[in-house]
Design a protein around this ligand. Structure first.
Ligand code: PEP
Ligand code: MG
Length: 753
């Protein structure tokens, strides 16, 4: 098709002209009229029209060159209505040789568009959401070239950023919805408990309009190339340089690498830079387009690929900014808004100013959520469309008690939340007063309350909580927040710091519990159909003994003659425990042979998470020094419900006869053999669940730091004998859940839950 190209390729001056027109003085309408005229002329189009989004979810014709000027501010298209409404809905360009032939075409007589056939419309995108639509039309029926589409998209991007940045204000623009401004309430999932009210800070802020256009295209091309090259090299080495833990398929990372080397992606970036954008703006432009295109996809595979692309774009921006991510200065009371966060991202922000976290994606078991809980930062995730609905500086509420986010909340909502925040604060102050009070039930049973930890940052909290030690130290967290596999020295240093911080208080180190949902960015992972039932935890440790032995060696070295407690995760069979324990013995002997100090006392325990062990406790308990029940995993296996899947994770109640009977059986077997037993799943940190555990006879509970105060208050108010009688009767019930009954019991005997 030998059509004369009407592309604006190379005409960077067009972008400058648009900028000057928009930023110049005079009424906004005149400036917009000038902009459409400039674009029409430059693209040799007979029509150029700009539509902007009205708050009522419709597009309004704001300026036109070529159509009847009387239609300006008159013609409106609802989302999905007409070609403009279609572009608004899809968030991507429509390139039509003969517009009236398209099923969505909607004829508007006032515009006088009858003679025009060729139609190219592109959205003005902000965060994947169309805030306007830019259209060019020609009489002769033809498809616009790829270059022309690309050019118009670049123009649309510059327009979108300038309009959104408020470079175009005027009475005419009142009611234009550049950013959503109405209060909104989004329902998501609770990832970390608590409440917060503060100001939205975007983890990935849009490129500022002042940084959109480059002054020197050649230099910008070099910047882009250098950044892309180093990104590709990094990803290649991630894939190749790893001492592979899994000899399995490289599928996941390989797809990622494929994207990084993708010619189409690279070409789009280069084109955007050649047309005058900065490399950063080019990344954003290509990203907006991917988001708009793949964001619509229902196919989970395609949506996954969008994640890969988003990650790649983020990485590329980091390469462009030099040495990587420099976390931004936060305002007071910041609420961080992100799609998802990488392992270490949250730790880069100033913890004293960060009040809450809202994520568009993720799961409660995701890295960000785990770190947020460790830092005691309220977090709600799985909020679809979050980033399209929040602008930097919006006031937002994180309600992690209900799993909701309020955007730009009304004053009455703010007041209600503030009242709840005050109540929480008062309760915390009461818990703090109990810090040094030992946890005895009213009838004199001592309950040992311990804390779960996993990062250095948790150690500060140990003293504040009044916990009597660390009942579960999740060693895999260090691996999850690292950029590369922590070596022996790094492991030893962390374990040493933990023991130093705990002083005389005991610390139970759990060996690496990787696999399942805990994947490492730098480790090739084989795709498994059922990761929770797959190659994880002690299974991985026994199959790759070098990794486990290195960790045991680091633990023994860190103890340096002090007492040491080690436990193994997800033991499903007594032989696994035997084998793991043998590795400990080998490492102790190894240390002694080298004249190093062996631990002054060594306790080796198993986590009871796989239900199989419940019927082999007679064999297991005599081999162990202690056991700890991991109820998070145990519940998922007992009820066959993936703990990371929001559709099923909360379908079953630990406060139910089968779960409590299983726990009772474990407690009894431990009491009979005199084996110390604790519960270290999340349920131990919730007062009502902890009440049930105490009633069943458990004396040691290990929990997230925020649980220690409330659980201690429960213990102090509890008559254990009355609780035992009540709960033993209730677990005979035929009901699926006995939560309400247990709650009624607790209230009846005046337990603070
Ligand atoms: C558990 O499964 O209950 C547990 C404490 O371990 P994690 O949550 O780390 O799997
Ligand atoms: Mg577990």
């Amino acid at each position: 098709m030998a059509q004369p190209s009407v592309a604006i390729r190379g005409q960077r001056s067009l972008l400058r002209q648009i900028r000057e027109a928009l930023a110049g003085g005079g009424p906004a309408q005149l400036r917009l009229d000038m902009v459409v005229r400039i674009i029409a002329r430059s693209m040799v189009a007979e029509v150029c029209s700009l539509y902007m989004r009205r708050a009522a979810d419709e597009m309004e014709l704001f300026a036109t060159e070529g159509l009847d000027p009387a239609a300006v501010h008159v013609t409106r298209m609802k989302q999905g209505e007409g070609l403009v409404g279609e572009i608004m809905k899809l968030g991507r360009p429509l390139n039509l040789a003969d517009a009236p032939e398209h099923p969505a075409f909607s004829y508007r007589p006032e515009t006088g568009e009858d003679p025009y056939h060729a139609f190219l419309g592109v959205p003005l995108l902000r965060g994947g959401r169309a805030i306007g639509v830019l259209v060019v039309q020609n009489r002769t029926a033809r498809n616009y070239t790829e270059d022309e589409v690309e050019d118009l998209q670049i123009v649309a991007m510059v327009l979108a950023e300038m309009v959104a940045a408020g470079e175009l204000v005027g009475a005419e623009l009142k009611g234009v919805e550049i950013a959503p401004h109405r209060p909104e309430r989004l329902k998501g999932s609770k990832f970390g408990d608590g409440l917060a009210y503060g100001v939205a800070v975007l983890h990935e802020p849009p490129v500022a309009p002042s940084q959109l256009l480059s002054d020197d295209v050649a230099a910008e091309e070099v910047r882009l190339k250098t950044a892309v090259d180093s990104l590709q090299a990094q990803i290649d080495s991630m894939l190749e340089g790893q001492a592979g833990l899994v000899d399995a398929s490289f599928e996941v990372l390989d797809t990622y690498r494929m994207f990084a080397h993708d010619r189409g992606w690279n070409r789009s970036l280069e084109d955007a830079v050649r047309n005058g954008l900065t490399a950063e703006a080019a990344v954003e432009r290509v990203r907006s387009e991917h988001r708009a295109r793949l964001g619509q996809a229902r196919d989970p595979y395609l949506r996954e690929r969008l994640h890969d692309l988003e990650d790649l774009n983020d990485r590329l921006l980091r390469h462009l900014s030099g040495d990587g991510h420099v976390a931004r200065e936060l305002p007071e009371n910041a609420i961080l808004i992100a799609r998802n966060l990488g392992p270490a991202d949250l730790l880069e922000y100033d913890r004293t100013k960060l009040r809450g976290l809202l994520l568009e994606e993720g799961t409660a078991a995701s890295h960000a959520a785990i770190v947020a809980r460790a830092l005691d930062i309220p977090c709600v995730g799985r909020l679809p469309g979050l980033r399209d609905r929040v602008s930097e500086g919006d006031m937002v509420i994180v309600d992690a008690e209900t799993g909701e986010a309020y955007l730009r909340p009304r004053t009455d909502v703010v007041k209600a939340i503030q009242a709840r925040i005050d109540v929480r604060r008062q309760r915390r102050a009461e818990f703090a007063k109990l810090r040094d009070t030992p946890a005895f039930t009213r009838d004199g049973a001592k309950i040992t309350l311990l804390m779960n930890a996993g990062l250095d940052v948790d150690l500060d909290i140990l003293g504040e909580t009044g916990a009597e030690g660390i009942g579960l130290f999740r060693t895999e967290f260090q691996f999850m927040v690292a950029e590369e596999m922590p070596r022996f020295n790094a492991q030893t240093a962390l374990y040493g710091r933990v023991m130093d911080a705990a002083g005389d208080l005991p610390v139970t180190f759990r060996t690496l519990d990787l696999g399942g949902d805990k994947v490492l960015p730098y480790m090739e992972a084989e795709r498994e159909d059922n990761p929770a039932l797959g190659w994880r935890a002690i299974r991985m440790g026994l199959d790759r003994p070098a990794l486990l032995r290195l960790q045991l060696r680091a633990l023994i070295a860190a103890a340096g003659g002090r007492p040491l407690r080690i436990m193994f995760p997800l033991v499903a069979n007594v032989d696994e425990f035997r084998a793991a324990r043998a590795l400990v013995d080998i490492e102790v002997a190894w240390a002694e042979r080298r004249g190093r100090k062996a631990p002054s006392r060594l306790d080796v325990g198993a986590m009871i998470e796989a239900p199989s062990l419940i019927w082999h406790l007679d064999a297991l308990l005599p081999m162990t020094d202690f056991v700890s029940v991991g109820t998070n995993d145990m519940m998922q296996y007992l009820f066959a419900a993936d703990r990371g899947n929001p559709r099923v994770a909360e379908r079953y109640d630990p406060l139910s006869p089968p779960a409590l009977r299983a726990l009772e059986q474990i407690q009894r077997a431990c009491a009979e053999t005199g084996t110390p037993v604790s519960v270290c799943g999340e349920m131990a940190g919730r007062p009502l669940e902890a009440f049930a555990l105490v009633a069943l006879g458990f004396n040691r509970l290990s929990m997230p730091p925020a649980g220690v105060g409330p659980v201690k208050q429960m213990v102090l108010s509890c008559d254990r004998e009355a609780a035992r009688r009540g709960v033993s009767a209730l677990i005979k019930s035929a009901a699926g859940s006995i939560r309400n009954e247990i709650e009624t019991l607790a209230r009846k005997i005046y337990v603070a839950i």
